[in-house]
Design a protein. Structure first.
Length: 80
């Protein structure tokens, strides 16, 4: 059984559930949600905005990271 099979939900991995609980970042605070991606067994969802990156990682349990990068985050938004 592959990791993408384990985490699959409605044709997307966790994006539907993430948007249900963290969609307010987009609606109220103007964050941009980057496309969901998978690295080995982890499923990643990132929100970028207001000079902050919020990373949600799932590998059996949810891990939340709030990052304040030293570089301009517009570089991340332009690459998407």
């Amino acid at each position: 059984m592959t990791a993408s099979y384990i985490y699959q939900y409605d044709g997307e991995m966790l994006s539907n559930n993430v948007m249900k609980y963290f969609g307010f970042l987009i609606e109220k605070y103007g964050f941009v949600k980057l496309p969901e991606y998978q690295y080995v067994r982890e499923v990643h969802n990132d929100f970028v905005g207001n000079e902050i990156i919020i990373k949600l990682n799932y590998e059996g349990s949810l891990l939340l990271e709030i990052l304040k990068p030293k570089f301009d985050i517009r570089e991340i938004l332009n690459k998407q």
